[in-house]
Design a protein around this ligand. Structure first.
Ligand code: FE2
Length: 132
């Protein structure tokens, strides 16, 4: 699977969030890079832990901005974040217990979810005109 490349069209116009998205992409690329390795190896466990913990840290910072879009938007958006964290926790558990390497559908899910989420949901931050 190809690595993900940052594209300026992913920018939501807030430096802090763009930088966090860049870091998430780098972590996801590490997941892709190590996906042929045995899931019981230390490095795979570290990369997956880094991804889930950084994602939840990032979602929290994003939600501080999303409050400004109103409660309805915030609740909807939060549900997407929670869905991601729940799915990743489940596949990590499933993979560690029943698989040898990270299944392709997991990589496809991660990649698709992140890029779709940035381009559709996070893009709503663009209208906020925030002074950092
Ligand atoms: Fe988001």
């Amino acid at each position: 699977m190809d690595y993900i490349k940052w594209d300026d069209s992913y920018s939501v116009g807030i430096n802090l969030i763009d930088n966090q998205h860049k870091k998430l992409i780098r972590i996801l690329n590490k997941v892709i890079e190590h996906s042929e390795m045995d899931v019981r190896s230390k490095v795979v466990a570290e990369v997956l832990t880094e991804m889930t913990s950084y994602a939840s840290y990032h979602f929290e910072s994003e939600e501080k901005y999303l409050v400004k879009l109103g409660k309805e938007e915030l609740d909807l958006h939060r549900k997407e974040h929670q869905f991601f964290l729940k799915e990743t926790a489940e596949f990590c558990f499933e993979t560690m217990n029943n698989k040898q390497t990270l299944p392709k559908e997991v990589k496809v899910f991660l990649r698709r979810w992140l890029l779709n989420h940035i381009l559709k949901s996070d893009m709503k931050l663009k209208n906020l005109k925030i002074d950092e």
